[in-house]
Design a binder for this molecule. Structure first.
Ligand code: NAP
Ligand code: MG
Length: 480
């Protein structure tokens, strides 16, 4: 049973949201040249949070010029140890302002405060601390005696981990001596704008970081700008492919972090209670808006019923509701569009003959919400087994032998992550060497560390973020 509990909302008074935000170019907030703007809303209440500037071609050009000037005159000339000081300063300010940033992230994105406070913010700060440590040691990264930055990096990020994805992009770029123009996602610009304020607070030289808000079109303009040296993109496979086509034939370097359809594989010797927690964390963390989510559960046939019974019991205790409440497990779906995408593909699961079960929970009247849902009777041909849903929906399949588990796990165009649950260490190694996935978690799921490279195989993209390998994505191969 679930105990009743008193609501425990985090206070909104720790954030100060302006009615309108300009673009952050050359160290200052400026209005876009054509004055275009859009609204960002709180997806849990549909309340308008702020009016956000929409960058056009002239604004992107202004931002790229500022980044180029900063690259030439200050940032590329500064010793690594000096760049490190700025990164340490930014990391410390993020820690100091973490409560404010966590509330702001939850308001704009809809994710539970427990996650923004305990996952997004600590990892964001950790990413800056980690890369600060590298800035003066690049010659020891195994990339030659004097690896050089590309110059100006254009960076485009999605809405599922707005501030954390910003950190994954900006920290390594700055540590390696590049300057950046970053476009946040349309539905979640507020923490990127707070980060612009942090750049001012840290007295980062103007133009080193530029934040140009807008929708997909603003991103496209950044990709197409002729004076950008490198594009780093995180988002859908579809847009990733369009970007690759757009820059084909140019000298621009490219890294793509795209979608996933990870298998979470549970063997009959796994500790079942821990595996159930790992399954829940794998697909219901952040409402399943996670590229490496364990969205395909592969259970060894002999324990199928036991695992599913315990999983349904556990899901029945999850609390869906006010994301600012510290007791909330499942927050809001980020947008009406994303809700519609989830709903459409779930209906295809019904139509194709899979069996749907949703946790019993009261859905708030306003905002976008989806109950934790699992599908059984799923075949590998079903859309819900093949396509990324990017929502709190789990597709359950079974297997009998390790070979069959590998066969099914790898039967996907994606290759971002996988999970293995078993008592046997030798089986973990056997599985990990055969799974075509950038990350394989063993007896855990969704664990991240800035020292550990993250990235995909196949249609999940190329290039790594984090670790020594992530630095390589922002440094030119040595010409000897
Ligand atoms: P998306 O539509 O691809 O958007 C990602 C970013 O690209 C957003 O900032 C978007 O702007 C922008 N954009 C859209 N069209 C563009 C274009 N033609 N040129 C340049 N930029 C463009 O993806 P999404 O639906 O927001 O995010 C969910 C997807 O991201 C999922 O498929 C997920 O798997 C993937 N993802 C991958 C990772 C990873 O590390 N591999 C991490 C997180 C998410 P607007 O938002 O303003 O439209
Ligand atoms: Mg929003």
């Amino acid at each position: 049973m679930t105990f009743d509990y008193a609501p425990a909302p985090e206070s909104r008074t720790v954030v100060d949201i302006a009615p309108h935000y300009g673009l952050f170019i050359d160290g200052e907030f400026v209005d876009p040249i054509d004055g275009a703007s859009f609204k960002t809303i709180n997806p849990a209440t549909e309340e308008v949070l702020a009016d956000i500037s929409e960058g056009g071609a002239a604004d992107i050009d202004r931002a790229v010029r500022a980044a180029r000037t900063a690259y030439k005159t200050t940032w590329s000339r500064m010793p690594g140890a000096e760049r490190a000081k700025y990164l340490y300063r930014i990391a410390r300010i993020i820690q100091e302002r973490s409560r404010e940033l966590a509330v702001l992230e939850t308001l704009d994105n809809g994710k539970p405060i427990r996650e923004s406070r305990d996952v997004d913010l600590p990892l964001t700060a950790a990413h800056f601390f980690y890369h600060a440590g590298w800035a003066d040691k690049l010659q020891y990264a195994g990339l030659g005696p004097d690896p050089r930055p590309y110059g100006v990096a254009g960076q485009i990020i999605p809405w599922n981990f707005p501030l954390l994805m910003l950190a994954w992009k900006i920290a390594p770029a700055l540590a390696t001596g590049n300057t950046v123009v970053l476009k946040p996602a349309e539905t979640t610009p507020l923490t990127a704008l707070a980060f612009a304020d942090i750049c001012q607070q840290a007295e980062l030289p103007p133009g080193v970081v530029n934040i140009v808000t807008g929708a997909g079109q603003t991103g496209r303009l950044l990709v197409e700008h002729p004076d950008v040296d490198k594009i780093a993109f995180t988002g859908s496979t579809e847009v990733g492919k369009a970007i690759q086509r757009a820059i084909a034939g140019t000298r621009k370097a490219l890294t793509l972090e795209l979608g996933g359809k990870a298998a979470n594989i549970v063997f009959d010797d796994a500790p079942i209670d821990e595996a159930v927690e790992g399954i829940v964390n794998g697909i219901f963390f952040n409402q399943g808006h996670v590229c490496c989510a364990g969205s395909r559960l592969l259970i060894q046939e002999s324990i199928r019923d036991e695992v599913l019974d315990r999983l349904k019991q556990r899901l029945s205790t999850l609390r869906l509701g006010d994301p600012l409440d510290k007791n909330t497990d499942i927050g809001a779906i980020n947008s009406a569009e994303q809700f519609a995408r989830i709903d459409e593909i779930v209906r295809s699961g019904d139509a194709e003959g899979a069996e749907r079960w949703s946790a019993p929970c009261a859905i708030p009247e306003r905002g976008w919400w989806y109950p934790p849902t699992i599908f059984t009777g799923v075949t590998q041909a079903h859309r819900i087994a093949r396509e990324e849903i990017f929502g709190p929906v789990l597709s359950v399949l079974t297997f009998r032998t390790p070979d069959e588990a590998i066969e099914k796990a790898n039967n996907t165009p994606y290759g971002l992550s996988a999970g293995v649950w078993t008592e046997k260490g030798s089986r973990i190694l056997w599985m990990a060497s055969r799974l075509r996935a950038g990350t394989v978690w063993a007896n855990t799921f969704n664990k991240f560390d800035p020292a550990s490279p993250f990235g995909g195989y196949k249609e999940s993209g190329f290039g790594r973020e984090g670790g020594r390998q992530g630095l390589a994505a922002y440094l030119k191969a040595e010409v000897v």
